[in-house]
Design a protein around this ligand. Sequence first.
Ligand code: AMP
Length: 177
Amino acid sequence: MTSDRPTLLPRRILVAIDGSDTSLSAADQAMEFAAQIGAEITLIHVHDEEVARALKAAVPDKFEEAQWRLEDDADHLLEHLAERARKGGIPCTVRTQRGDPCGVINAVAEEVGADLIVVGRTGRRGVRRVLLGSVARRLIESSRVPVLVVTERAEEGAPAELLAPESGARREVPSSA
Ligand code: AMP
């Protein structure tokens, strides 16, 4: 069977969200791309097992509540983004899972049949990134499908429209910010 669709165009895009501004910008850009080419999106957040371990060591008494809050915030953020995608006519599903971010993202990419993974160039992990290595870099090295690494639009000099994770409210960020 022949199709007019160029074979390199993705049909299902997996977008990795860690709540950082860069990953939210990646979600924005992935949605624009998906709308243009008629692709579907799966949003994934991995509840990082290393973060959980560090949290448990730091606040053993309040660990379960703190973990619940973190996971609940992430679930809400993903649902909010998915709703926005669906309103824009993009079929969108959501996955959250505990584990190692890179390993889980690769496994879910295979499971949902993703043919492109979109990540931000940087994330939330600050100094831990130096210790553990960048998720983006590890994905590029290990993924079986292409990985698109997105910078924040503000970094490129264009105005960026970001989502505030706490409230889900949109805000304009001037390019000089
Ligand atoms: P990092 O390597 O931590 O600087 O993060 C780079 C990018 O990887 C982020 O902008 C996200 O797109 C993705 N990422 C990092 N950690 C996670 C996570 N726990 N769950 C989903 N995506 C993640």
